[in-house]
Design a binder for this molecule. Structure first.
Ligand SMILES: Cc1ncc(COP(=O)(O)O)c(C=O)c1O
Length: 337
């Protein structure tokens, strides 16, 4: 069913990414833990977003677009990946980046530096405007169309029924990875990742259905709350069913969101989160980011410390990337050293 329906897509990401055993971490937390290294999908294109963009950019191209417009936080990994992938597909990118005061945008570092390097057009917008993002998308789309371009809107995080194909196909990859590890029956496995706009979680949930794979999917939300993401992931799954003419029922209650780890808020770190990143770096030589994977990992660790049977007997933590978000936090890390 998967190959039958899988839409046309570009090959932009370096796949298959490794599934790595985490022996010291597994010993420490008392559960078998693997990391799916989606931070290695590329260097400048690293992370989970490029898997979605393979499908989203192919869709934009099929619609005749020459420009993609998308949005995110100032240090958005998704916008950076879109900006770079657009160049690779001979398209242009306009990125709508959220900042408190557009007249005084943040420093050119991390993802912003990369956005500028590849020539993306940056439009700074306020948090208030961001709340009305559909209107701003339309405004920018009209402006670009008025100057002769053919724009196509890609939603926040690339999270819609098209982008989620990236993680439907990633789950198939994980099934193959586990099989190579000698695990032919993955029942009892929890596949866990950070949830920021819901597309990765939606893709994984849909993947379990399309592949008939008996694994548990969980997302640790890094913003908003469980209710918000249960609604958002259900909506993406519903759109998916409608768009591909299949009835793939996903009930809201089977969407597992581990809430309680947003901490100080989106892209704001607590010292304990940064300490968890530091501890993992020293234990396994794996580097997480502060905005997504660091919070998700901190959540996983806290939950397992409370109850080591909280998840399955085996955990596949998807390292979804985000490395460039680390560098703007150097001063905060410095306090730990
Ligand atoms: C590094 C990283 N990890 C995880 C996520 C969350 O994925 P999603 O937006 O599909 O929920 C994002 C983006 O939001 C991200 O940039």
């Amino acid at each position: 069913m998967l190959s039958e329906h899988c839409p046309e897509h570009f090959e932009l990401a370096r796949k298959n990414t490794p599934l790595q055993k985490m022996p010291r971490l597994s010993r420490e937390l008392g559960v078998e833990i693997f990391f799916k290294r989606d931070d290695l999908t590329g260097s400048e294109l690293s992370g989970n977003k490029i898997r979605k963009l393979e499908f989203l950019l192919a869709d934009a191209r099929a619609k005749g677009a020459d420009t993609v417009i998308t949005c995110g936080g100032a240090q958005s990994n998704h916008c950076r990946a879109t900006a770079i992938a657009a160049v690779r597909c001979s398209m242009q990118a306009t990125v709508l980046l959220r900042t408190e005061d557009p007249a005084q945008p943040p420093a050119t570092t991390g993802n912003i530096l990369l956005d500028k390097l590849v020539g993306a057009e940056i439009v700074w917008i306020t948090p208030q405007e961001y709340q009305d993002i559909d209107r701003i998308f339309q405004r920018e789309s009209d402006r670009l169309a008025g100057s002769g371009r053919i724009p196509c809107i890609i939603p926040e995080g690339g999270s819609n029924h098209i982008g989620c194909w990236g993680y439907i196909t990633a789950l198939r990859e994980i099934r193959e990875d586990l099989s190579r590890e000698g695990i032919t029956d993955p029942a009892g496995t929890t596949v866990l990742s950070a949830t920021g706009s819901g597309g990765t979680t939606a893709g994984l949930v849909l993947g379990t259905k399309l592949l008939d794979l008996d694994v548990d999917v969980a997302g640790v939300n890094v913003c908003d709350d469980a209710d918000y993401f249960k609604n958002k992931v259900s909506a993406i799954c519903r759109d998916f069913s409608r768009s591909y003419g299949r009835d793939i029922p996903v009930c809201r209650d089977e969407i597992r969101i581990i809430d309680g780890y947003v901490g100080r808020g989106y892209a704001r770190s607590r010292p304990e989160e940064l300490r968890a990143i530091q501890a993992l770096a020293r234990l396994e030589g794996v580097i997480l980011d502060p905005v997504y994977t660091g919070k998700a990992f901190y959540g996983l660790q806290c939950e397992l410390k409370k109850d080591r049977n909280r998840f399955g007997t085996r955990i596949v933590f998807i390292h979804t990337g985000g490395i460039f978000g680390l560098f703007p936090c150097a001063a905060q890390f410095e306090e730990l050293f």
